[in-house]
Design a protein around this ligand. Sequence first.
Ligand code: MG
Ligand code: MG
Length: 260
Amino acid sequence: MIKIRTGEEIALLKENALLVSKTLAEIGRHIAPGVTTKALDQIAETFIRDHGAEPAFLGYDGFPASLCVSLNSTVVHGIPSDYALQEGDVVSIDCGTRYKGYYGDSAYTFGVGTLAPPDKQLLRVTHDALFKGIARAVAGNRVGDISAAVQNYVEPLGFSVVRKMVGHGIGTNLHEKPDVPNYGRQGKGKKLTDGMVLCIEPMINAGGSSVYLEEDGWTLKTADHKNSAHFELTVVVRSGKPEILSTFDFIDEYYNTYQA
Ligand code: MG
Ligand code: MG
């Protein structure tokens, strides 16, 4: 069963979406060579709690931190550590909130200092793929329309789609139905209805799509050790045009993916 959310519920999801968006922007301001990923995690936890919310990832299935910090060839679910960021690192930050019984979940990939041109392109393509997918989150379409829009945008540019992890519904749980893969076929999958709330989150690799899990049971890496990027926003399926709840605007005020 895919939930259809009322206006009141969507207002609460929007509060979460804005808080998680502001948290990502706060983290982005602190990304610099020498900063440890653990320090970023602390900043996120404090920021979320200062706003009266809870970090949704902390303790989720036993995850030990408030942020997933995924460096370079790590796709998702990197655990914050004493690693100090270095010039040229690709850093995917994924963050979740729980507030008033609802959830927020958003991700953005930053560059530390100046990125190599292929990494800049990886970020730009993944960012743009997200918006290609979002544009298809319209009532009457199917999940496969979102999936195909992402896949058909990135693959001709020489990038690959991670299959192992997918987007999802969100509401009173962090992960709800339906699954929203970043690969698939137009016209296939569940039908989209006004009021469904989805997290669309392409995870795109510079090399092949194969991934493996590190021994810590969390860190998901590319098999060929090439870099990976991840962008995620929350949208409400609407008739005609989707309603985007979370935003990169707070990040765009000081950081531009295109110039990373
Ligand atoms: Mg996320
Ligand atoms: Mg998510």
